[in-house]
Design a protein. Structure first.
Length: 401
């Protein structure tokens, strides 16, 4: 992929040389979209990434944290090391879009934009490899598996991807259907929430639906537990803090005239403030134990943290914001209040090095491209792809000098 278009007009717009890559970006994104792969199974995607990097003569390593890839673009002069991170995995969702590039893998879909992230990072690698005199130091591009679960960032950190050469800062983006096309969401501090998960089996005593006094009704237990858990946010958390507790699954019983002996619950907790780490899980168990004790029942609870909160470094966020102001068309196109209670394991990278994760608006309601993330009809306006490359390239040019 080589472009020879002039780059003279590059203020407040995407430079022509990067805009010329748009057809290639769309082609690669759609190729990845058709063959989605779940976490740590991204063999085909990994092979595609490695193939492109080989074609362009870019130094890279594969098989990191099973299916991760890391590329190195070294400038002609020494300088800092900036990492760019892109996630490559899909979700266990059956696609309902009627499009030519619909998923060919039943029950799997790129329903969150990771196919676009991968294409953007690849095009950024290619562009930078052709313009090594435009920056100093090294750019390390991290293609990370398993963001959607069970989590690939932590094992990549443990494998040493932030070392040799040591990374000074890291940036990453998420195509975001909660923002309109042509906008960038960037803020310092907390951007995305910590993610904690739990599953619980309530153990009662089943029996005949007409003889309840011989039983301990697991459905009644579950109803009381679900209601009581909501008091944690309502009465135990400072109302100025943001915390979400959701019971997303409840399964009990198998017959209309039988009292269930067990009920299974699964849910998630989200928060920003690290002071709540460990606290909410403790309160959940205390409430479940209390309800069960009042009914002479028992329980089996598993509770664990999946991802810590995403916290942006103020200096790197300022750099990304200043870059966004030169890329978006209007002043209102840079959106500072863009927090979400969704989680992201880029947080493990940002715990180790200063960095900034930002949102790239990709929704276009006029084209019907505004379904939410993780929806079976999720899709985004592919015009955002070239803008993502421009953002990354300008961040490199500003940081690595």
């Amino acid at each position: 992929m080589v472009s020879t278009v002039s780059t003279s007009e590059n203020i407040h717009k995407i430079r022509q040389e990067i805009q010329a890559l748009q057809p290639w970006l769309v082609q690669v994104r759609r190729q990845i979209h058709q063959f989605p792969e779940l976490g740590f199974q991204e063999q085909r995607t990994c092979q595609l990434i490695a193939q492109k990097l080989r074609e362009w003569g870019i130094e890279h390593e594969t098989g990191i944290a099973q299916t991760g890839v890391v590329a190195l673009i070294r400038a002609s002069k020494p300088g800092p090391v900036l990492a760019i991170r892109a996630d490559i995995d899909a979700l266990p969702i059956t696609e309902k879009n009627d499009i030519p590039y619909r998923s060919q893998h039943d029950g799997k879909m790129h329903a969150c934009g990771h196919d676009g992230h991968t294409a953007i990072a690849l095009a950024t690698a290619c562009y930078l490899s052709q313009h090594r005199d435009a920056f100093a130091g090294t750019v390390k591009i991290i293609f990370q598996p398993a963001e959607e679960g069970p989590g690939g960032a932590k094992p990549m950190v443990e494998a040493g991807v932030l070392k040799n050469p040591d990374v000074d800062a890291l940036i990453g983006l998420h195509l975001w259907n909660n923002l309109p096309l042509g906008t960038v969401g960037v803020r310092s501090g907390y951007l995305m929430a910590a993610v904690e998960l739990f599953r619980c089996t309530l153990l009662g005593r089943g029996g005949h639906g007409a003889i309840p006094h011989q039983t301990t009704d697991a459905v009644v237990l579950a109803a009381q537990v679900v209601n009581a858990l909501q008091t944690i946010v309502a009465r135990n958390i400072d109302p100025l803090e943001s915390v979400v507790l959701t019971v997303g699954e409840l399964h009990a019983g198998s017959a209309y005239n039988a009292i269930a002996d067990t009920a299974n619950l699964r849910g998630t907790v989200r928060y920003y403030n690290p002071d709540y780490e460990g606290y909410i899980g403790k309160r959940i168990e205390e409430i479940i134990a209390g309800v069960c004790q009042s009914h002479s029942a028992s329980y089996d609870l598993k509770y664990w943290q999946q991802y810590p909160p995403v916290v942006n470094d103020s200096a790197i966020a300022d750099l990304v914001r200043s870059v966004a102001e030169t890329v978006v068309e209007t002043e209102a196109g840079v959106v500072p209040e863009c927090q979400t209670m969704a989680g992201e394991d880029v947080s493990y990278f940002l715990r180790e090095v200063p960095g900034c994760y930002f949102f790239l608006g990709a929704a276009n309601p006029q084209k019907g491209l505004d379904y939410p993330h993780h929806h079976p009809r999720f899709n985004f306006d592919e015009s955002a792809l070239a803008m993502g490359v421009e953002m990354f390239v300008r961040c490199v040019e500003k940081f690595c000098r």
